[in-house]
Write a protein that binds this ligand. Structure first.
Ligand code: NAG
Ligand code: NAG
Ligand code: NAG
Ligand code: NAG
Ligand code: NAG
Length: 373
């Protein structure tokens, strides 16, 4: 008791001294996290003076638009897709992403037929309880080259061989377009959740067959398992939320993915780098096995940080990560909110992510000051 009140006193003093010195030494406008007070699986892209954000609402696909990357309080809201009932994609819409490919916009998302409650006869076939066994990937296409004015219509289901698939994304490479997503080894495996890759002939068609599909990563390290280091089974061990990240200076290609489990503090980001010529060759990828590249910061109550996407400051000079995290590590998925921070690049060309926290941080370079008044 005495110790904890002493510590609150001292740390409050340190924090206020630190924030004062920041204020004195810099005139720059600042923001704090979260940038959206509740939400998960954020995805952000910058296009023609706007940022577009999608995230998991579970019931529909909503796009937010803002000129300010770190202030969404006045964002415009657009309902892009409200699924009809009774379809395989009617419920639990997760992790939508909005990609500009050629002159159209594609929303790639995950959905399920019936609130993640497969019939018992199906659940019975799984190694562990498998509520998400019927989750599959779908693609919407825009009616025009304008992401905001367009209507979005369902273009197709992505072929994942009638197996579990969530968090799919596009990976663009000089050899073509690829689908990278979270997968099981087989239809009823349940765990672990791995990363798979297949080749596409266009944004809505997978061309690889099931034997050509490759595994890029399995949650084999202690930090990819939940609880940390669990050794006796694979339940809850996850690789998911893959996202392409290109070093703007060197052209190095990374896939940053989420590891461990999204409902608790250990959720973090792992890193794969494409070091060869062929994304379909799993030996052309180098996994950083040492540990997460972005992970919880208990000193600032920033837990469960993951499911990231990447963008740049309004003037294009800075790299930014948009991710979700939780202040309370005990209440699971409902605690997640959406955050953003600037990141740098290491000399070897790998991303150098900051420690997650709440700020205040300087606003992105080129942010319109007039707009913030
Ligand atoms: C989309 O889904 C969210 C979450 O269920 C809901 O709050 C929102 O009202 C929905 N949007 C529309 C336009 O129906
Ligand atoms: C719905 O999903 C089930 C299970 O994956 C599949 O057998 C069925 O063909 C799907 N229905 C349609 C219309 O795609
Ligand atoms: C979108 O759909 C609405 C309603 O069907 C229609 O009025 C509008 O013209 C469409 N917009 C575009 C850009 O196609
Ligand atoms: C997958 O494609 C390869 C190469 O075209 C072919 O040899 C193989 O038989 C196919 N496998 C299946 C299961 O269709
Ligand atoms: C900044 O925002 C203000 C208010 O919305 C707008 O009038 C102005 O054109 C913007 N400036 C730039 C450079 O975008």
């Amino acid at each position: 008791m005495a110790f904890s009140s002493w510590w609150v006193f001292v740390s409050t003093f340190i924090a206020s001294a630190a924030s004062q010195s920041t204020t004195v030494s810099s005139n720059a406008a600042t923001y704090t996290n979260p940038i959206v007070p509740t939400g998960a699986d954020p995805w952000v892209t910058r296009h023609d003076g706007y940022y577009y954000m999608t995230y998991t609402t579970t019931t529909n696909i909503t796009i937010l638009r803002s000129q300010d990357l770190v202030d969404w309080s006045n964002a415009e809201v657009k309902l892009a897709f409200d699924p009809p009932p009774g379809q395989n994609y009617s419920t639990d819409l997760w992790a939508p992403e909005l990609h500009n490919i050629a002159d159209r916009w594609y929303i790639i998302f995950t959905a399920d037929p019936n609130y993640d409650s497969p019939p018992p006869i199906l659940d019975m076939l799984c190694t562990f309880a498998c509520p998400a066994v019927n989750h599959r990937m779908y693609v919407l296409e825009s009616s025009s080259s304008d992401p905001w004015e367009s209507n979005y219509t369902l273009k197709s289901q992505l072929d994942t061989y009638d197996q579990f698939a969530i968090d799919g994304t596009y990976f663009r490479h000089k050899t073509g377009l690829y689908h990278i997503y979270s997968c099981w080894y087989t239809a009823y495996e349940s765990w672990p959740a791995n990363l798979c890759i297949s080749k596409m002939s266009d944004p809505w068609t997978v061309e690889s067959n099931v034997t050509e599909r490759q595994l890029l990563s399995v949650p084999s390290n202690p930090w990819e398992k939940t609880p940390y280091g669990r050794s006796y089974n694979e339940r809850l061990s996850s690789n998911e939320g893959p996202q392409q990240l290109t070093n703007p200076n060197t052209g190095q290609e990374f896939v940053i993915y989420s590891a461990a489990r999204s409902d608790n503090r250990n959720y973090c980001l792992g890193q794969l780098e494409l070091v060869g010529e062929d994304p379909m060759n799993n030996q052309d990828w180098r996994k950083r096995n040492e540990g997460c590249v972005f992970y919880q910061n208990a000193l600032e109550d920033a837990f469960g940080v993951g499911h990231a996407s990447f963008t740049t400051s309004p003037d294009g000079t800075e790299s930014w990560i948009v991710y979700h995290g939780m202040r309370n590590p005990y209440t699971g998925w409902s605690a997640r909110d959406i955050r953003a921070q600037k990141f740098e690049w290491n000399e070897d060309g790998t991303p150098n992510f900051p420690r997650p926290g709440y700020g205040p941080y300087e606003v992105p370079s080129g942010t319109n000051a007039t707009m913030r008044m």
